[in-house]
Ligand binder design. Structure first.
Ligand code: ATP
Length: 231
């Protein structure tokens, strides 16, 4: 479904990604783990067309997208739940959701689907997003991204700063979405949870993929255990 091949990305003269390659098959849950500053968000922004690789290619459903504008990438079926959520805090839950639906011809139907996944948001649809709890805000961020009916959903550290029960809920939602045919790319610091629900994973360290394997094997890998699972 998505094939990232040898991308190099820089901010000005500072190179951040070095020949990064990975694939995501339709229906998979793929996790990218790595320490702070490794370049995980840079990968995500490159896929969304927010950053342009200096070299390398990004192919989605058989088409090159590394030159495609972000709104077209969203229309083609990729959506992002950004790190830090980036909600419109002075707008209501409903207004936030509708902002995510700008590419959709079926707003009402999609809203129904989204509210069936997040009944709490329907109860709170008139509340200003900035007054919601952190967990509820993360739900709005995920729900907003679903309003474009993505085939591939990218979540950048969705469990960051959430209490354990809410973390559990976020991972449950990811599983439910995957069962509804949404392919998932997950960037996570919560390595144990992320690898438990994913099929395969990649380790990114200082801008390079240093390890790739099935999630089971990564959970059993000594380097992953020491560096990311504190074992
Ligand atoms: P974290 O887990 O802390 O979110 P990350 O793996 O997502 O980190 P990135 O946010 O991709 O890492 O950052 C990779 C490197 O690029 C870091 O050294 C960061 O300082 C640098 N960087 C990120 N954004 C910019 C920018 N706009 N301008 C210059 N350098 C940047």
């Amino acid at each position: 479904m998505l094939r990232v091949k040898n991308i190099n990305v820089a901010y000005g003269s500072v190179k951040v990604l070095w020949d990064v390659s990975f694939t995501i098959g339709e229906g998979e849950i793929i996790t990218i783990i790595g320490p702070n500053g490794a370049g995980k968000t840079t990968i995500v922004k490159s896929i969304m067309g927010l950053l342009k690789p200096t070299t390398g290619t990004i192919e989605y459903m058989g088409r090159q997208i590394h030159d495609t504008p972000t709104h077209m990438i969203v229309k083609d079926g990729i959506a992002l739940v950004p790190e830090g959520r980036e909600l419109f805090s002075k707008m209501s839950v409903m207004e936030n959701l509708l902002m995510g639906a700008y590419t959709s011809d079926e707003k009402e139907k999609t809203l129904k689907w989204v509210f069936s996944l997040f009944p709490r948001l329907e109860e709170r649809k008139k509340q200003l997003a900035g007054t919601l709890s952190g967990g509820e805000q993360q739900m709005v961020a995920i729900a907003r991204s679903l309003m474009s009916r993505p085939k591939l959903l990218i979540l950048d550290e969705p469990s960051l700063g959430l209490a354990p029960l809410m973390v559990k809920k976020v991972f449950e939602i990811i599983n439910i979405l995957n069962n509804e045919n949404v392919t998932i790319l997950l960037v996570e610091q919560n390595v144990h949870h992320a690898l438990e629900i994913s099929n395969r994973g990649y380790v990114l360290e200082t801008g390079r993929i240093t390890l790739e394997d099935s999630s089971d094997k990564l959970l059993d890998n000594n380097h992953v255990k020491e560096a990311y699972l504190g074992m």
